[in-house]
Design a binder for this molecule. Structure first.
Ligand code: TRP
Length: 328
């Protein structure tokens, strides 16, 4: 069976960008593949985050993922730092990666720009990501478009390791979803929807009430003119609404555009679709929030399943590089 792996930042409550762009696809593929989903708490430490926030956001992210349809009995859902082989393999891969190729990563340049001090881990971030993937022999990695470059690096590192130390890793492939891959901020349609860097009014959480959803969609910025068509360059606001509607209803943004003759009509339908799509998700979030011990137990089971796969792969990599055998 094909093994897929993806990682999600512990940014807390999921928003519709996460949900429509990635998590809903994950929920669909968990039954067709051997699926691993990892909450990347170690990656979250590459920028400033308060310990209490990291703790609560990790739990909220797990709750959101389960509520959005990831079934811990079907897929392997776990927290990155609960499986020590990620960080360990990352070190070995740092000895295969070069400073030059890491420094050239777009995300490193963007996140590091203008910072007074940049954590060393921000530079090595993509190597840890490579370890997340390679330690599970993952065949396919569903990621957003912004992670394409990191996936290329992962493949380069796997190929380099294999040629230097002998066949050890599976060389994974990126899977970039076509529909709903990029949901933008409703107030800043030139920016990806994001809980940390987006605007509050431009971000719809999966836990937002129906009233909040309606309000945010109604206030979404639109563009000059009044015709509804999918044109990201000329009409970023309208195109984003079409993108959301298409992702929510499983159609294409170009296709749905023809149905509308005004912005108001489009907004009404986007709001209606989101309200009915998110109501059951919000209810499951509330149930899980009342049962933190149950969530922790599910994550513990996930970590045990993950560890059983990661340990032998890591042992193979250690041995290939000439590290002597150890007992645990
Ligand atoms: N860097 C990814 C992001 O910001 C998250 C991530 C970490 C990831 N490890 C991964 C994604 C492994 C896919 C596979 O979205």
């Amino acid at each position: 069976m094909t093994r897929i792996l993806s990682g999600v930042q512990p940014s807390g409550t999921l928003h519709i960008g996460n949900y429509l762009g990635a998590v809903r696809q994950w929920a669909a593929t968990q039954r067709e593949a051997d699926a691993f989903y990892c909450i990347v708490d170690l990656h979250a430490l590459t920028i400033d985050i308060a310990p209490d926030d990291l703790r609560s956001r990790t739990l909220d992210t797990a709750i959101g993922l389960i509520a959005a349809g990831l079934d811990p009995d079907v897929c392997t859902l776990f927290v990155q730092s609960h499986v020590p082989e990620h960080a360990e393999l990352s070190w070995l891969l740092e000895c295969v990666a070069s400073y030059g190729e890491l420094r050239r990563m777009t995300q490193f340049k963007e996140k590091g720009a203008g910072q007074e001090s940049v954590r060393a881990s921000l530079l090595t971030y993509p190597v840890l990501m490579a370890a997340d993937i390679l330690v599970y022999d993952a065949d396919r990695v569903p990621v957003g478009d912004d992670q394409r470059q990191h996936l290329e690096l992962t493949r380069d590192l796997a190929i380099r390791f294999n040629s230097r130390y002998g066949e050890t890793f599976v060389v994974p492939e990126a899977v970039i979803p076509v529909v709903g891959a990029r949901v933008m901020d409703l107030q800043r349609p030139d920016k990806k929807m994001s809980k940390s860097t987006g605007t509050p009014l431009g971000t719809i959480a999966i836990t937002d009430s129906s009233e909040e959803i309606v309000k945010k969609v109604r206030r979404a910025v639109t563009d000059t003119g009044s015709d509804v068509r999918y044109d990201v360059a000329e009409k970023p606001g309208v195109s984003n609404l079409l993108e959301i509607l298409a992702a929510a209803t499983g159609t294409s943004p170009e296709g749905v555009a023809a149905r509308f003759s005004s912005y108001g009509q489009l907004k009404q339908e986007v709001a209606d679709e989101l309200v009915s799509l998110l109501a059951p998700v919000r209810e499951r979030v509330q149930e899980l929030t009342r049962d933190p011990a149950g969530v922790a137990a599910a994550l513990e089971k996930g970590a045990a399943k993950a560890h059983a796969v990661a340990a032998p792969t890591f042992a193979r990599a250690r041995a290939a590089m000439g590290l002597t055998a150890r007992n645990q």
